[in-house]
Design a protein around this ligand. Structure first.
Ligand SMILES: N[C@@H](CCC(=O)N[C@@H](CS)C(=O)NCC(=O)O)C(=O)O
Length: 196
């Protein structure tokens, strides 16, 4: 056993000695699903640490010590702590991606992916104004919020008029991020066919 360990190449030894990356997450949370989906696509293994969001486990002192903003997803890569789903997936790709396809290195191509990721952040926030604790407990959403959110869908349609993918001619991190939001809309039966 020990012999075979020392017979292994340096790279593999470093890999074996490295602890897996911890992901603090809430099952079902949209931003956490972005990280789970991207990590799978990048090929990174994560050590999943669930936090019960309903019980506000994110406020536990040991978690607040790691992430003072106490949001999930949060990763801990051997002491390197990062939160914000889209920042996390860009880091995972840059640090562990086997090729650059999901997040091109070319400045212009990368900028397009980044623009779509920021667009997705806004889309997520706008739909959060429509579907939240208040509206799920019966209050009707403010029509102005619905209009703003639907406008984002119309912009997305526009982007997809010329390409099957949101940032160029192949799948990128931006598709993986946006698809989480769009699948949520299917789950709440939002009419995504609405045109502005
Ligand atoms: N923009 C953040 C949003 C993270 C976020 O708000 N996560 C929620 C769960 S879905 C959370 O941690 N809530 C607890 C808190 O804000 O203290 C991201 O994309 O990671």
């Amino acid at each position: 056993m020990l012999f075979s360990y020392f017979m292994r190449g340096e790279e593999e030894r470093i890999f074996l000695e490295k602890m897996p990356i911890d992901l603090y997450y809430g099952p079902g949370s949209s931003p956490c699903r972005i990280v789970l989906l991207a990590a799978k696509s990048i090929g990174v293994e994560l050590n999943l640490i669930p936090l019960n969001l309903m019980e506000q486990e994110y406020l536990k002192p040991e978690f607040v010590k790691i992430n003072p903003q106490h949001t999930v997803p949060t990763i801990n890569d051997n002491g390197f702590v990062m939160w914000e789903s889209r920042a996390i997936i860009k880091y995972l790709q840059d640090a562990y991606g086997k090729n650059e396809s999901l997040y091109p290195k070319d400045a212009k191509k990368r900028a397009v992916v980044d623009q779509r990721l920021f667009f997705d952040r806004d889309l997520y926030a706008h739909f959060h104004e429509v579907y939240n604790k208040k509206t799920f407990s019966g209050s009707p959403p403010d029509p102005a919020n619905v209009e703003t959110a639907n406008k984002d869908l119309a912009f997305l349609d526009k982007i997809l008029e010329t390409s099957e993918y949101v940032a160029g001619d192949h799948l990128t991190l931006a598709d993986l991020s946006l698809v989480v939001q769009i699948s949520n809309l299917e789950a709440v039966k939002h009419d995504v066919s609405l045109k502005m």
